[in-house]
Design a protein around this ligand. Structure first.
Ligand code: PXP
Length: 253
């Protein structure tokens, strides 16, 4: 029997729509509460350096008003570290961040950034924040996460999703196999393995079927789909697809 697979909902793009007009609507906190009522296990939000979606006061409101664990995505900067230490969210996922990128492109180079990351991971850990590193599914990145003492890694599924949507079935399958192998490897060296980026109804099941993956973080697709069916329905359908994939994989194992 595989372990439970949690669903973290990334509400950044509710804030993107809000910020397009500069007012208060739609409120990402309201989205977080709806996601909670619809079967989400956690809320994820990325406070970017340029505050293009979630803002500082959103983090404070989420911390105060939701009962689900909050996973704060953050760059490895002193500013973000201070914010994370002040709020003490359940988890912090350290992501690479470039101002000009449209979204988080590629994983964090944990292996090349051990010295910079070590004090950040340590201070968050001392504050009781569960640290996750958003990395490519590569052995050297997993080894670096373990060496840093990060309890969690999130494997970047962006390439898998892109190849699949471009119609490159063989390429997507190679990526899926690499993610599965690295999820197994990560679990074998004591890491809790999560995954995310680019997932939608069309491609979540092969990733959800990987037994060692314990959490998926999904945002853009669900917020987009919510325009047509509402957020509750989009979260519920994602939950159903994940559960179905897990059940089929569990029965086949
Ligand atoms: N996980 C991490 C670490 C991310 O940076 C993002 C995007 O902010 C996601 C998951 C969610 O990706 P998407 O919005 O494509 O579902």
């Amino acid at each position: 029997m595989s372990e439970e697979l949690r669903l973290g909902i990334n509400i950044d793009h509710v804030a993107t729509v809000r910020n397009a007009r500069g007012g208060d609507h739609p409120d990402p906190l309201r989205a977080a509460k709806l996601a909670e009522a619809s079967g989400a296990d956690g809320i994820t939000a990325h406070l970017r350096e340029d505050r293009r979606h979630i803002r500082d006061d959103d983090i404070a409101r989420l911390m105060q008003e939701i009962s689900l664990p909050l996973n704060l995505e953050m760059a490895a900067t002193d500013e973000m570290l201070q914010i994370a230490l002040r709020h003490g969210p359940h988890a912090a996922c350290i992501v690479p961040e470039r101002r000009e990128e449209r979204t988080t492109e590629g994983g964090l180079d944990a292996a090349g950034g051990i010295d910079k990351l070590r004090p950040i991971v340590a201070r968050l850990g001392e504050r009781g924040v569960r640290v996750s590193l958003f990395i490519e599914a590569e052995e050297r990145q997993l080894d670096a996460a373990a060496a840093l003492g990060a309890p969690v890694v999130e494997l970047h599924t962006g390439r898998f999703c892109d190849l699949g949507r471009e119609g490159d079935k063989a390429g997507a399958e190679r990526e899926r196999a690499r993610i599965a192998e690295m999820a197994r490897y990560g679990a074998s060296i004591g890491l809790e393995v999560h995954a995310g980026h680019g997932l939608g109804y069309d491609n979540v099941q092969p990733i959800a079927a990987i037994a060692e993956i314990r959490e998926l973080n999904i945002g853009h697709y669900l917020v987009g789909e919510a325009i047509f069916v509402g957020l509750e329905a989009s979260v519920q359908e994602m939950r159903r697809l994940m559960d179905e994939a897990r059940e089929i994989a569990g029965a086949a194992a």
